[in-house]
Design a protein around this ligand. Structure first.
Ligand code: ATP
Length: 464
């Protein structure tokens, strides 16, 4: 154990603490993990929405499986071709959209077809799913009718608000159109009926409003949207509630389900809530290590790692860099030490509120800081395109201490589109982390070269 790294020791301490509480409260702990996972994914999703300034392009193939082979699906190249109502077209252009995104050009003709079609659609975050289903809802709603006709489920209050904003923006040329939020804390008087035409909310409250409290007549719903299905199913409760809501809707109600990822569990859930679906899948772009120069630096402890990082600092700050640590504690420590050395660094940490995190990322994106210190959990799913240097202050490992190859690839890989050159430096400070590095190297079959940070010529070499 003496040769093991500090990070490992921290890991072990944390794991030990976790197992103690697990023994004390097994069931509660399981629920908490579930809840934490949901919060983590929901926060991530919200963060992406807050920091996203435009559409994420995707050059990969779209897979379309149509329910009715006799109605060929052709994708549209312009919003005009969709024959949207004039107010909606106005709304779309007012938002600055010139043409449909890939998922929109495939999904919209299907969602707007007569008779109505059900759809399960998967496409990575930021590709225009929200705008797609908002257009579908707004196309079907009849503003003159003062009762809920479209129902949209979101995993959290904050995500519901974000979708609500899109509905408001896109529907702004329909002055009579109103939106209600079915979220905890939004209390209505008993016996009241909702007059808003679109209701967006979280499953628990929507279920109460449809059944117990009868604020909504589910039989009048024409379009049912289940957004962020992958985030939604991270909580068992949400799945059951969504299914119960779906069962109350009329048979001819259009059911639409959207998800950024499509693991088996999402697929199973999707099939339960969307009968006879058409399916559209847009694959995520593959990341590769082909254009990345990978190095490792051999150290014997955390202080040496810090020293090596300081030696490298001039070279890495030619571009923007992200430094990954295993724990929040290390990240905070490192950011503080770098600041003491006079370096301007930003810290992105799990303790921060989502809004604070979004602000940190925004500043970094604008180049206000050149170095961002963070942990993996925090940075998962965040694409900061201009980052070309990644330092693994701690190598990515899974819960069992094995190499986490997927995270390694995600941290330093590049998609075809951003195929610029990049640099990755891995800090190794024990036999254990050396063995992790070897396994990562073997897994990707890509050589990771040794770098001596005391050798100025070598540092010069990597900087160019
Ligand atoms: N056709 C378009 N043209 C230009 N911008 C668009 C278009 N459609 C959507 N956008 C913009 O692109 C960004 C991402 O879109 P959107 O939020 O709909 O993606 P999403 O796939 O729903 O993401 P998530 O999975 O995070 O919910 C938003 O800022 C949105 O305003």
């Amino acid at each position: 154990m003496a040769t093991d790294s500090w990070a490992l020791a921290v890991d072990e301490q944390e794991a030990a603490a976790e197992s103690v509480s697990a023994v004390v409260k097994t069931n509660a702990n399981e629920e908490k993990t579930d809840e934490e996972e949901k919060e983590d994914r929901a926060a991530q999703s919200l963060l992406n929405k807050l920091i996203r300034s435009n559409l994420v392009d995707n050059t990969n193939q779209v897979e379309v499986l149509q329910r009715d082979p006799n109605s060929p699906l052709y994708s549209v190249k312009s919003f005009e071709e969709l024959r949207l109502k004039p107010q909606l077209l106005q709304g779309v252009y007012a938002m600055g959209f010139n043409r449909p995104s890939k998922i929109q050009e495939n999904a919209l003709p299907l969602m707007l077809a007569e008779p109505s079609q059900n759809l399960i659609a998967q496409s990575q975050s930021g590709t225009g799913k929200t705008a797609a289903f908002v257009l579908a809802m707004l196309s079907q709603v009849e503003p003159a009718n003062r009762y809920p006709q479209c129902l949209c489920l979101s995993p959290t209050y904050e995500l519901a608000l974000q979708t609500g904003k899109v509905i408001e923006q896109m529907g702004k040329f329909y002055p009579e159109l109103k939106l209600a939020y079915a979220v905890r804390g939004n209390k209505l008087e008993r016996g009241q009926k909702i007059s808003e035409q679109i209701v967006i909310g979280t499953p628990g409250t929507v279920l109460d409003w449809c059944s117990k409290l009868k604020f909504i007549d589910p039989k009048k719903i024409k379009v049912f949207v289940l957004d962020e299905a992958d985030v939604m199913i991270a909580t068992q409760g949400h799945q059951d509630q969504s299914i119960r809501i779906q069962r109350m809707l009329p048979r001819n109600c259009q059911m639409l389900l959207f998800s950024a990822t499509f693991e088996d569990s999402v697929w199973k859930f999707a099939q339960k809530v969307v009968p006879d679906p058409n399916i559209i899948k847009l694959k995520r772009e593959e990341e590769t290590l082909d254009t990345i120069k990978q190095y490792y630096v051999l150290c014997s402890n955390r202080d040496e790692k810090f020293q090596a990082l300081c030696n490298l600092y001039g070279a890495i700050t030619i571009a923007q860099a992200m430094i990954f640590c295993h724990t929040r504690k290390t990240a905070s420590w490192l950011a503080a030490e770098l600041s003491k050395e006079g370096h301007q660094v930003a810290l992105l940490s799990g303790e921060m509120m989502v809004e604070q995190r979004a602000a940190v990322i925004e500043r970094f994106r604008k180049g206000k800081e050149k170095v961002l210190v963070t942990t993996n959990v925090c940075a998962r799913g965040i694409d900061v395109e201009q980052v070309s240097v990644v330092i693994n202050f701690d190598l990515p490992v899974d819960k069992d201490g094995n190499p986490d190859n997927e995270t390694y690839l995600h941290r330093i890989g590049r998609t075809g589109r951003f195929g610029k050159r990049g640099l990755a430096v891995n800090m190794v400070d024990s036999k254990h982390s050396m063995s992790i590095l070897s396994r990562i190297q073997e897994h990707f079959n890509k050589k990771i070269e040794r770098l001596d940070t005391d050798d100025l010529d070598e540092i010069e070499k990597i900087a160019n």
